[in-house]
Design a protein around this ligand. Sequence first.
Ligand SMILES: [Zn+2]
Length: 81
Amino acid sequence: MTDEHEFVDPISGKTMTVVFGPEPLSPYDGKHGVRHDGCDRLADVSPELDAWYCTACQASGRISGAWFMDMWMTRGALHPP
Ligand SMILES: [Zn+2]
């Protein structure tokens, strides 16, 4: 199943949505990330940089990395290396 969580991008002031796709989750697998205008790909999130970036359309913005990781761990899907 897919989880969606809204947040406000502090740069654009827009309400954005983080999407967590079906299990298993792994970083940069294209199944989770930030949905953004005019693009059908989910942008990668770099929690350590408080940023998101889309490799397909080069859109980028800001997101709380701590909040993102909270959402991730709430799913019970965090697998430490
Ligand atoms: Zn994009």
